[in-house]
Ligand binder design. Structure first.
Ligand code: CU
Length: 668
């Protein structure tokens, strides 16, 4: 699913990679005169490296004009490319296959890396180097394994030294979809890793090909110019030495003496060293083998033991650095299954100790989970009509993931109850018997808690304290008699810091059994507060922590200027019920135009003698204040939070403010 700009880039990348690979495959088998193993090497590398693979192919290997391949591939840098292609094709294939399998198995990242190294090395050595090369170099399979071991070891070490940090940092980075083989991002990271691995392995390959430890690019043509030998040769190769720089010629002069190993002659005698002019007459390159004297086989290297030992040592150090260094910063003990493709908020501190549960707690609501999308015409806090069953008021609530408009051009991804934020208002009377059926359609478990009510313990709602959490697809029946009256609310009590911060809450208004006990006002307005964190097109649960600070704020699911306007006349009274549905932040709520009287707190009516005047109340999480304000003068009077940032939308003021702000329009 396309949820980030990089997804669009990756789609274009992989289309180009597909086209590039198709072209290279077509051109290799139709036009380019080289051994089949190299054809496949370029095809695989182009698949992994996309247009870059194509670029390398046309610059270093593709025969520019008929008959020119030998001369064209001569420079050492191109021979180094050929050698690296050969390494990368085998190693990367092993690494990528292993990565996809380990991710599917749910192994921790650090084990993934080891399995990938072993698989890459094994694939490169046992299949790509030894098996494929055997057909060209001759000798037994195990001779080829032995000769290929050291060059493959050095090359693979550098390749993985480049690839491992890319995989570690990007897979365990902020967008952990990179851990999931079902996501384009996973393959993008693999491609990027292969490119960096190629660059890391290239210098070593140039040296090894120069020293005759590995072959570079080769030319292989149909032996049509050599009728005499046709029939006893299936393949004919012209050696890589043709491409060597002059200063290396002496090394290859010796190769000529051993040229053309046994496979060319069924009787196993070394063939004559045809060299120089012959299309399809000599085969003098070899794949690896630092001790090429064996059986006239392949190539001979002039690399010394100290050189090889030092190179091997440095390659091991580079490998260790690439594999281990990322563990300083990212948690490599986690698996793809642990983090589930989570996308983290920018700025969240994720260190090597951050557990998977913390990441999942802070992760974005994944857009693919959205089941409905609503514009500003759909309101939250709509009063839900009860169903009567044998004298019990029954409410059906269902949680789900929706896209919710808080401003004309801003939609958040929210956890909703009955498709709205806040959830529906439950309006009952003191003494009512109520039954609330909760069905959970979230991707995670949940419960609901009836904040402030005196209840049977098993109806109270805290997950794992008084009840098993309601699993995705499950349901739970809450039933109780409302003994109290006043302003209450309900909210999630499972992973509260995530779920309530994404919208799982609603008002619960209980009228007194005796209507005379209601503190009357001409207007009654409920204010439910919430903070949001929306960045890069994704919604994260806002929290008072690094990376979790909110940038949008809503009253009843809307940010000013999309909040309601309260219309009244001079002399009328307005009862505002502030409900602390806010999760991690305190909001000093202030009303312009003169003080209000605080008449109830946390649902409890304050005795007349104890009521007091104020113009600001600190609405902390969970608190409720009922206040009565009188319209003294005509005009536009504000209700707003007194923390300036909370009256902006992503730090922007529109029409005089934003976020937690409501206008009271008083007419004369
Ligand atoms: Cu505030």
């Amino acid at each position: 699913m396309f949820v980030q700009p990089v997804d669009y880039f990756l789609a274009v990348w992989f289309v180009l990679a597909g086209l590039s690979t198709a072209y290279v495959a077509w051109d290799q088998f139709r036009n380019n005169p080289e051994p089949v193993v190299m054809k496949w090497g370029f095809i695989l590398v182009t698949l992994y490296m996309g247009p870059l693979g194509l670029l390398i192919y046309v610059l270093a290997d593709k025969e520019p004009r008929p008959g020119e391949h030998e001369a064209f591939t001569k420079p050492l840098w191109k021979q180094g490319v050929g050698s690296t292609i050969h390494c990368v094709a085998g190693d990367a294939t092993g690494i990528i296959l292993a990565a996809a399998i380990t991710a599917a198995l749910g192994l921790p990242m650090w084990i993934d890396l080891i399995v990938e190294y072993v698989a890459g090395f094994a694939f490169g050595l046992f299949i790509f180097q030894s098996l494929f090369m055997k057909s060209m170099m001759g000798g037994t399979y195990w001779e080829n394994v032995r000769k290929s071991f050291m060059p493959e070891f050095i090359s693979m070490n550098f390749m993985m030294a480049g690839m491992a940090p890319i995989m570690s940092f990007l897979m365990m980075g902020s967008d952990m979809r990179a851990m999931e083989p079902t996501e384009l991002l996973f393959w993008g990271v693999m491609s990027f890793g292969v490119i960096v691995g190629f660059i890391a392995a290239y210098p070593a390959n140039v040296w090894m090909v120069a020293r005759g430890l590995k072959h570079g690019l080769m030319t292989e043509r149909e032996p049509e110019f050599d009728k005499a030998e046709k029939g006893r040769r299936e393949h004919a190769h012209r050696g890589a030495e043709a491409g060597m720089a002059a200063e290396h010629r002496h090394a290859y002069a010796r190769l000529d003496e051993h040229a053309n190993p046994g496979h060319a002659n069924p009787n196993g005698n070394p063939g004559p060293g045809h060299h120089g002019s012959g299309y399809g007459s000599s085969h003098v390159d070899g794949g690896g083998g630092s001790h090429g004297s064996h059986g006239g086989h392949g190539m001979e290297s002039d690399a010394t033991v100290p050189q090889l030992a030092a190179f091997g040592c440095v390659s091991v150090l580079a490998l260790a650095l690439g594999m281990i260094a990322p563990a300083n910063w990212v948690n490599l003990t986690l698996s793809a299954r642990d983090v589930g493709g989570a996308i983290m908020p920018p700025g969240m501190i994720m260190d090597r100790d951050t557990p998977a549960a913390a990441m999942l707690d802070m992760a974005a609501v994944h857009p693919r989970l959205i089941t409905a999308s609503h514009g500003l015409e759909v309101r939250g806090d709509r009063e839900l009509e009860a169903r009567m069953e044998n004298g019990v008021k029954v409410f059906d609530l269902e949680t789900s993931v929706i896209r919710w408009a808080i401003l004309p051009d801003v939609k958040v991804d929210a956890y909703a109850i009955n498709g709205q934020v806040p959830g529906p208002r439950l309006h009952i009377r003191q003494g009512d018997r109520v039954r609330i059926n909760v069905t959970n359609r979230l991707p995670e478990s949940t419960t609901l808690h009836w904040h402030g009510l005196i209840l049977p313990n098993e109806m109270d709602g805290p997950a794992e304290i008084t009840q098993e959490p309601i699993p995705p697809g499950g349901s739970y029946r809450y039933e109780f008699t409302a003994g109290q009256s006043g302003t209450y609310f309900y909210h999630s009590h499972d992973h509260v810091d995530r779920q309530q911060a994404l919208g799982l809450y609603g008002a619960l208004i209980i009228d007194p059994a005796n209507p005379q006990d209601e503190i009357a006002a001409d207007h009654d307005y409920i204010i439910q507060l919430q903070e949001w964190l929306m960045r890069e097109g994704l919604t994260f649960p806002s929290m008072p922590m690094d990376g979790g600070q909110p940038n949008y704020f809503t009253i009843n699911g809307r940010a000013y200027p999309s909040t309601d306007t309260i219309r009244m006349k001079v002399g009328e009274t307005l009862k505002v019920r502030f409900i602390g549905t806010n999760n991690g932040f305190i909001h000093p709520m202030h009303i312009h135009g003169g003080p209000f009287e605080v008449v109830a707190r946390d649902g409890e009516t304050i005795p007349k003698s104890a009521r007091f005047l104020a113009d600001t109340v600190n609405v902390g999480p969970g608190q409720r204040y009922d206040v009565v304000w009188q319209a003294r003068r005509p005009g536009k009077w504000l209700i707003h939070c007194h923390i300036g940032h909370h009256t902006t939308n992503n730090n922007v003021e529109e029409k005089g403010g934003g976020g937690l702000m409501v206008v009271i329009d008083v007419q004369p």
